[in-house]
Design a binder for this molecule. Structure first.
Ligand SMILES: O=C[C@H](O)COP(=O)(O)O
Length: 246
């Protein structure tokens, strides 16, 4: 069975002043039974890791390059994130796929690089509204899953986040049936490709407008092992109750 995980993606939000809120998040989640991960902007990874030291909060990056080092101005490698104190990294978020043209092939290479450094890869997939309305949700999710995950993964170093693009930051949330349909499908795909032990050990997170008011019902859906939370991960008063609902 997959472990439970409440993960926060701060996206391009936060300066050093936000470290006080991170400390509040560590306090608000100290009794949570789920694992806790916060992914601040890269500028804060090192200080964030120091801030949460001794708590149950782990720190992650929001992206990494597929190479370990080299002439890639502005990029960060998995090794650098690890050196700064990260233990995980979000890869293939729809905002990176859209803003930076990241393909499944690129996401797969980044995932391999992250895992080679011992980081947990939180690999994101999800359909656009057009794709859902065309009835292609499972086709898109299956294709992104197959293309973004490398062979040879182990359950402990991989998390998959299903984030319908149309639900991100919009306040629109799929029905519980829609979430369950995709998560059951993804679990079956993981088991078919990686076998029972690994396929069932990979946490499947739902992401997209998760709030304190809807977290418990989403966590009650089959094969939902947690959430990747954007806006509501910025405040301890929101993220604490979400983590507690797991
Ligand atoms: O990575 C997080 C997701 O994009 C969800 O963002 P949101 O909770 O603000 O909708």
């Amino acid at each position: 069975m997959a472990r439970k995980l409440a993960a926060g993606n701060w996206k391009m939000n936060g300066t050093r002043a936000a470290l006080a809120e991170l400390a509040a998040i560590a306090d608000a989640t100290k009794d949570a039974s789920a694992d806790i991960l916060i992914c601040p902007p890269a500028t804060l990874v090192s200080a964030a890791a120091e801030t949460v030291s001794g708590s149950k909060v782990a720190i992650g990056g929001q992206d990494c390059h597929a190479a370990n080092s080299g002439a890639h101005t502005g990029d960060l490698s998995a090794e650098m994130l690890k050196d700064a104190g990260a233990t995980a990294v979000i890869l293939g978020h729809s905002e990176r796929r859209t803003d930076h043209g990241e393909t499944d092939i690129i996401v797969r290479a980044k995932t391999e690089a992250a895992q080679a450094q011992g980081l947990v890869a939180v690999v994101c997939i999800g359909e656009t509204l057009d794709e859902r309305e065309a009835g292609d949700t499972l086709k898109v999710a299956g294709s992104q899953l197959a293309g973004s995950l490398p062979d040879g993964i182990i359950g402990e170093n991989t998390v998959v986040a299903y984030e319908p693009v149309w639900a991100i930051g919009t306040g629109k949330v799929p029905t519980l049936e829609q979430i369950g349909e995709v998560h059951d499908f993804l679990r079956a795909e993981l088991v078919a490709r990686f076998g029972d032990a690994i396929g069932n050990a990979i946490p499947l997170l739902y992401g997209g407008s998760v709030k304190p008011g809807n977290a418990a019902e989403i966590f009650g859906v089959s094969n939902v092992d947690g959430a990747l939370v954007g806006g509501a991960s910025l405040k301890a008063a929101d993220f604490g109750p979400i983590a507690a609902a797991l």
